[in-house]
Ligand binder design. Structure first.
Ligand code: FES
Length: 102
């Protein structure tokens, strides 16, 4: 059964960047978009397990810091090599905290 958990404070994430967090045994990558919206993706890049949370946002996509594969923020789909999407979790800001449904 999916549950909502607090994963970090919003001010821990710079706009356009991400952080890595563990929750419910999962590694998550939490990103902050311009304007303050947040997106939570699986934190393991499907290419070679790179730390997606250390990546950054470019034109609506997350760029993996290791080999620059790109994933759409809107649905986690990989636009570099088809068929290598990451899971997108529901995420929202509550007060000063970021909550993710895991
Ligand atoms: S590990 Fe992410 S692109 Fe290679």
């Amino acid at each position: 059964m999916a549950e909502w958990v607090a994963v970090c404070r919003l001010d821990e994430i710079k706009e356009g960047r991400g952080v890595s967090r563990e929750a419910a045994g999962l590694r998550l990558a939490i990103f902050r978009e311009a304007g303050g919206g947040v997106v939570a993706l699986s934190g393991r890049c499907p290419h070679a397990n790179g730390p997606l949370g250390l990546g950054w946002i470019e034109e609506g996509e997350v760029v993996c810091p290791l080999h620059r594969w790109r994933f759409r923020l809107s649905d986690g789909r990989c636009t570099t090599v088809r068929g290598n999407s990451v899971h997108r979790f529901r995420a929202e800001v509550r007060g000063e905290e970021v909550w993710v449904q895991v």
